[in-house]
Design a protein around this ligand. Sequence first.
Ligand code: CMC
Length: 392
Amino acid sequence: TGLVTVDPGFMNTASCESKITYIDGDAGILRYRGYPIDQLAEHARFLEVAYLLIHGQLPTVAELSAFEERVNRHTLVHEDFRTFMGTFPRNAHPMAVMSSAINALSTFYPESLDLFDPETVELATVLILAKTRTITSYVHRTSKGEPLLYPDYSRGYVEDFLRMTFAVPYQQYEPDPVVVRALDQLLILHADHEQNCSTSTVRIVGSSHANLYASVAAGINALSGPLHGGANEAVLTMLDEIKANGGDATDFMRRVKAKEAGVRLMGFGHRVYKNYDPRAAIVKKSAHAVLEALGQNDELLDIAMRLEEIALSDDYFVSRKLYPNVDFYTGLIYKAMGFSPSMFTPLFALGRMPGWIAQWREMITDPQTKIGRPRQIYTGEVERGWVERTAR
Ligand code: CMC
C-alpha cells in the first residue's frame, strides 16, 4: 500500500488534474477556462459561462443561441413531476427538496443515463440546466404554498426564472432589468470553484459511475452545510441577530474572537483565499447597486460593512488572513430581490450546476480517473477474542 499519510480536510491532497478553473488564493485570482472572473461577470450571460465551463471555449453567436434555445425548450417538467414537487411539507428546507427533486429527475428521463455516450451526456447536461431552473422556482413556490407556473419560452433563462418564482398567476410580470442582470451576474460568480466540498463530492460519487443526476444531487447535499453554501443563509441569520441585539457589531466581534461556542463570523474565511475573495468584491458593489435601484435601505448592509471594517483592521482576522468570501454580501441582495433566507443556498446550487456538470464530465472522460477511495490510518483496538454475552 506504500506510504499512507493522513491529510484531514485534504489540505494538501490534489484529487485530480483539471483544466476548468484556476484559483490563486494568495493573489485573490479566479479564472474560468483562463478568463478572469471580473470580465465574465461584466460581459457574459449565465448560460454563456455554463457553455464555457462545460465545453472549454466561449460559444460563437450561433452556438450560444442554439444552446440557450435548447435549454429553454427543456424547462418544462413532466406533469407528474409537478405533482411530486407539490408533495413536500410546506416547512421542508428548500435544499432538501431541491436535492430530492434533482435526484428524482433521473427517473423521468431514463434515456439520458448512458455515461459514456457523449450525445446522451450532452442531453443530460441540457436537461439538468433547464429543469434546475424550473425546480428552483418550484422550491420557492411550494415553500409558500403557491401554484407552480409554466415556463415562457420567449424569455431568457434568468428573466423567466424570476417570473416563475415571483409572478402572480395570470398577471403580467416584468422583472426589473437591474434585478435580472444582478442575478445573472451572481449565478456566473457561483458557477465553478474547482475542488470545493460539493464539487469533490460530485466527482467522487461519479467516480463509481453513478449517473450525473445522482452525482449532482449529492453535490447539493454537500453544499447545504453552513460551512459551505449554507453560509449565505447563516450570514443573514447572524446579521439579524446582531440587529435584534441592538446592532452592536463590536460586541459580536468580541464574541467571535473569544471563540465562543458556535460563534463564527459567517461569510468570512476560506480554505484557499488568503486574500479578498474576488467574487466578494463584485458582490459587494452589486449589493449597493441593487439596493439603490430597488429603493431599499437595509440596516443589515450597514452592519455587514461595519463587521468587514472591523475585521480588516483587527489582528485576529488579519493574522489569520480572514477576508469576506462570496457568501458575505449575497444574502442581502437575494433578500432585496424578495427571496426568503432559506432560498439563498438553492440559488447558489442553481449557479453552481454548470461547474458540477463540467467537473463530472471532465472526470468521466479523464483516463486517469479511478474510483475515489481514500485510505485511512487505523487507530482502533488490536485483535480481540470474542467474549460471551453473559461474561461481559
Ligand atoms: N470566524 C472566526 N474565525 C475563523 C473563521 C471565521 N469565519 N474562519 C476561520 N477562522 C479561524 C479558525 O478558528 C482558525 O483559528 P485558529 O488558528 O486560532 O484555530 C483559523 O481561522 C483557521 O480556520 P480553519 O477553520 O482551520 O480554516 P478552514 O480552511 O478549515 O475553514 C472555512 C475554512 C470557510 C470553513 C472557515 O473559514 C469558516 O468556517 N468560515 C465561515 C463559514 C463560511 O463563510 N463558509 C463559506 C466558505 S466560501 C464559499 C462556500 O463554500 O460557500
